[in-house]
Ligand binder design. Sequence first.
Ligand code: NA7
Length: 544
Amino acid sequence: MATNPPDTASEPGEHVDAVVVGAGLAGLYMLYRLRQLGLAVRAIEAGDDVGGTWYWNRYPGARCDVESMHYSYSFSPELEQEWNWSERYPAQPELLRYIRHVADRFDLRRHVRFGTRVLAVHHDERTRVWRVRTDHGQPVTARFCVLATGCLSVAKAPEIPGIDSFAGPVYHTARWPHDGVDFTGLRVGLVGTGSSGVQSIPVIARQAAELTVFQRTPAYSMPAWNRPLTDAERDRLKAGYRMFRQQQRESGFGVPSPHPPATRSALQVGAEERNRTYQQRWEFGSVTALMSAFTDLAVDEHANDTAAEFVRSKIRQIVRDPVVAEDLCPRYPFGTKRPCLDTDYYATYNRDNVRLVNLRRTPLVAVTARGVRTSSQEYGCDAIVLATGFDAMTGALTAIDIRGRSGRSLREKWAAGPRAYLGLATSGFPNLFMITGPGSPSALSNMIVSIEQHVEWIADCIRWLRERGLSTIEATRSAEDDWVAHVAAVASGTLYPRTDSWYLGANVPGKARVFMPYAGGVGAYRRICDGVAADGYRGFTLTP
Ligand code: NA7
């Protein structure tokens, strides 16, 4: 039942109640919830299929760093029961199969316009609708606009001189060819050692004749201990799924831990006991297990260094060449860049066909026609892989020309850093919502837990507005200012802002340096959002 004002109906284009930008995990669930409310909905997706992150990131070894049974939708108990994940940590092809299954099972594809990129989203104050312009096809107008554009969807162009002069192929991990790449017999140069590099390096090393890894900042990586799931494991979790989901929602990172909650400082226990605890967490294999071993690893430098040193000791044990091992040892506080989960990452440097180049010692000067030149020499390459990351959290939002009241541009409003109330909405942009936007736990959490929370909050909000005959909701400037200050205050109590990372926008030259995710935890954040809604959407202006 469309509710558009009659004067938009005479304009060319499609008129719906709500438009959703993106058909990844967030966009698909948003469609589902809005359709349940009886709204006319349209999603617009740049890819040719659903999947978002898991559609684009097809590099060898691509895998989620949250366990499959925890990184899956909780909204449908039937879906939970019928889908059988094959491995503890899901690989990209299986994740994409799952998301496609969800799209088909809930008949969501018919609401999505694929292969279409949103260029502009402009608010019309007279008719109070959003006008969405795309790279082709007709425009869409809608009362509500939801940006489900993802935190890691705009691949970062590398600021490497000469990259266009390279004679061979250049691949970015986040834009990998759909039919794969065969590196057999080739000399491959790979730039970047974040999660995408760490996952792809062992796989490419097994195929290529030679692999040269160009590392600027080493990652902290831990073994995933990935393995097939047994029927018994799947059945056990399925039987207790409802309680498990509740724990996820109330937890810090959206990843409940099988370990008892930490009660002591890392500095309160002796070295032997501390290392025993770290060893247990290492053997468990998860992104959060080590970080949550003691109460103060995220906030106290000295405590943190005990965990950092534990990982460094592992690197030194695994990597045979002591110079290479030292080059692989990170020096920034553990966990302040997102740690990686790997399969055979450090051991790969023991292979004869793998070489590590430490760009801190010999900086990358340029890419030439023949390979990669550092300050000390040129490394011949037949193919180059860029695992250089993303313009994270805000990149996909500011890539669109979004204009709110009085034609004000979001790009300009956020030039000094993103400003959003609860990471969900931004003042001056009525009826515009972001899923896992800056200022929400987003990338500091199990994304699907945060996605479901935002989608449900937005759907409940729209239903509430309709029940009261209200047409517009808009964050107030003062609520937004208070929230942005709160996000900064919480972050400043941690070690996170001390390290250059994509959480801070530090990986993109010229980007404002602001710690973007909310570090207060998924459970605490959810309670705040629920409280705002229970108070009649405190901090928002509501208009009939
Ligand atoms: P990341 O984690 O941002 O890693 C990118 C890597 O690329 C990192 O090591 C960067 O070094 C390196 N990089 C970026 N630009 C350059 C240039 N110009 N020269 C040399 N090295 C460079 O991206 P990922 O795709 O690996 O992972 C993103 C997230 O996806 C990950 O955290 C998981 O949540 C999933 P730097 O650290 O900037 O010195």
